[in-house]
Design a protein around this ligand. Structure first.
Ligand code: CA
Ligand code: CA
Length: 493
């Protein structure tokens, strides 16, 4: 008997022409132990290209993960070619700290980048980034759009907080959306929040190819065409679904009227067991009406579908150029995104919706196709994964692990937890929150527990509605998770 979610997931992958097993749990039972190790042993030393696709503020609302409403046919098509990780976590639910951790392979307490201003070349000047390793091995490395941090939408068209050592060439597209920022419906207009942090959208009238993400796709395709005959590491950084949600109207029209968009149905007392430090915004849903929340959700979904269509153009070009069988395609999000769970929006929480990000890896030569991995992985695992798949020597001290065994057997034995942290408060009053996620539990402590702790049982409570941290009968689980927590800080420098 399949759940609805599994059915949806099977349908979208089957539609893409791939056989898929119904769920990670079923895969775990079906996969013989040791298969992964044997497959991993057959290392292919061929030089693969890497197409590294970053998507800003994308959560797991995607067809390939069983979302009942969102239309993402091209992301689903990519998932059908490889392994989709439904439990991948960012190391810090904010653009710059997350991306810095991913590109250096180090945890935030090693990079010491916790905000949107600090550059890692000021804190760890000699670190060798992921694209740098490829450059040093003769690859052409280039970036189109947002790979390292930059402010969206303010820095669109600039290099933002880029790292010159990482790239041979950079392209900073700028599209019609930049010229239409004044036309948005802005729910935060009254509090004059910057447009990069406001819930704001516009059902634009332009053609698909006029917007920044279409130009990201076009420039990525141009670079693939120009460099198809030698190994490349090509970063393709999409901007949507980061706000402002300015995309063509036809993508809004893919979705039901706002009145029919569903909001999370949390119990009224949900917040009663949540420590204040866990909530980035105290007022539930910023005080916005249900209808406005539904409109915002619809605009987020429309932006996903627009980004997805641009991804489709890049994937088409990959096939047209005959690059698909020698290019590793990685598709990742830098942080999750709340759409009203616990009354929260956007990011900067340690709840599942903010800490979890989509990750899809389609690697030629890997054994699994169109499968979902239930294992717990981290975005900083991408660095050792790609050096492993491409046969390059990684620098010492990376915090992650190669996901290669899971690309051959998505349910292979895997016992690594995921860590996500954030910083609350300003200057002297700042403190950290650390969260550790295993397949069963999420445990979070703020200021070493002084500002609260949370334990959620994902076997019974995947929406994290009941905090068990103070329940005596869960003392053993709390103790076990506390034992894992110190590793969140990473190994000493
Ligand atoms: Ca982001
Ligand atoms: Ca609760």
């Amino acid at each position: 008997m399949l759940t609805r979610r599994e059915f949806v997931r099977m349908g979208c992958l089957a539609a893409a022409g791939r056989f898929v097993l119904p769920s990670g749990a079923a895969l775990a039972r079906a996969a013989p132990a040791g298969a992964a190790a044997a497959a991993a042993g057959a290392a292919d030393k061929k030089k693969y290209n890497v197409l590294f696709i970053a998507v800003d503020d994308l959560n797991n609302a995607l067809g390939c993960f069983g979302h009942p409403v969102v239309k993402s046919p091209h992301t689903d098509r990519l998932a059908a070619r490889g392994v989709a990780f439904e439990h991948c976590y960012c190391q810090f639910p904010l653009c710059s700290p997350s991306r810095t951790s991913l590109f250096t392979g180090l945890r935030p307490d090693r990079t010491r980048v916790y905000d949107l201003k600090t550059h890692f070349r000021d804190t760890i000047p000699d670190v060798v980034t992921l694209p740098q390793v490829f450059r040093r091995n003769g690859y052409f490395a280039a970036r189109v759009g947002k790979l390292y941090h930059y402010g969206v939408p303010s820095d669109i068209g600039t290099s933002g907080l880029d790292d010159a050592k990482s790239w041979d060439e950079v392209v900073n597209p700028r599209g019609r959306d930049k010229d239409e920022e004044g036309k948005v419906t802005n729910l935060h207009a009254a509090v004059s929040k910057g447009l990069g942090a406001a819930l704001a959208w516009y059902e634009s009238e332009g053609a698909d190819d006029e917007y920044t993400d279409a130009k990201v796709a076009a420039e990525t395709i141009r670079l693939m065409e120009a460099h198809k005959d030698k190994p490349f590491f090509l970063g393709c950084g999409f901007y949507r679904p980061h706000v402002p949600w300015i995309v063509p109207k036809k993508y809004f029209d893919l979705y039901p009227a706002p009145e029919r968009i569903e909001l999370p149905k949390d119990p009224p007392d949900d917040r009663s067991d949540i420590p204040a430090a866990a909530l980035p915004v105290k007022q539930p849903n910023y005080g916005f009406s249900d209808l406005d929340c539904r409109k915002a959700t619809r605009a987020y979904f429309a932006s996903i579908s627009y980004m997805d269509a641009q991804l489709g153009r890049v994937l088409d070009a990959l096939d047209r150029l005959g690059l698909a069988d020698r290019t590793i395609v990685v598709f990742w999000g830098d942080n999750g995104y709340h759409l009203g769970e616990h009354g929260l929006w956007q990011k900067m929480s340690l709840f599942e919706e903010s800490a979890r990000v989509p990750l899809i890896i389609a690697a030629p030569g890997a054994k699994a196709r169109g499968r979902i991995s239930p294992r717990i992985v981290e975005t900083l695992d991408l660095y050792p994964t790609l050096t492993d798949l491409c046969g390059l020597a990684p620098p010492d001290g990376l915090a992650g692990a190669s996901l290669r065994p899971l690309l051959d057997d998505p349910a292979a034995a895997w016992n690594r937890p995921a860590y996500t942290q954030l910083r609350r408060g300003a200057a002297q009053n700042a403190f950290m929150g650390y969260s550790v996620r295993t397949e069963r539990w999420r445990y979070t402590e703020y200021d070493g527990g002084k500002q609260g702790a949370e334990l959620y049982d994902h076997q019974r409570d995947p929406r994290e509605l009941t905090n068990l941290a103070n329940e005596p009968r869960y003392a053993d689980a709390v103790a076990e998770m506390k034992r894992l927590l110190p590793a969140a800080r990473g190994s000493p420098a």
